[in-house]
Design a protein around this ligand. Sequence first.
Ligand SMILES: [Fe+2]
Ligand SMILES: [Fe+2]
Length: 197
Amino acid sequence: MSKSSAVKAAPAQSKGPAGKSDPFVLDMEKIRASARQHMDDGSVTSTYGADKEVVLKLLNDSLATEIVCTLRYKRHYFMAKGIHSEAVASEFAQHATEEQEHADTIAERIVQLGGEPNFAPDSLASRAHSEYKEGANLIDMIRENLIAERIAIDTYAEIIRYLGEKDVTTRRIFETILAVEEEHADDMADLLDGLDG
Ligand SMILES: [Fe+2]
Ligand SMILES: [Fe+2]
């Protein structure tokens, strides 16, 4: 079958059983033309309702946050392991892995939106919402992580409110990440309770 006959066959499928035109048939020609015209924009179509530059900035700052969180949990994992706090160490290790996954998801979304993920190490700490705090002992480390998680939770909740219906895909990404950060905060609070008690 040639390409042109495949295109011609399409309108026939849009007729209902009585042969009447379906009023909800999309203008495929127009959508295809627009898709081709905006090919450089990646997956972002003309129906994208957000300010892309703002969203990319929010995503890149969040990427920096996730990288800093990964590094902090990694540091804490090795330090806790060194002082034979295996249970706490394995919790830190799991969180490090999940923060890394968040970073990857965010970087992927940045590229989908036609942006570039910023992995520049020099400016990471200043761009991140959360801080890289080493922590003097086990309780200190857990406290620092809890603080960082709370900052991430507040920031992501704010970003989700901003995105609203303007960029639903990015909003869903942040909602999924937010749920994990809430679990992280719970985990740290539980560890603190266990060690304080
Ligand atoms: Fe995270
Ligand atoms: Fe987290």
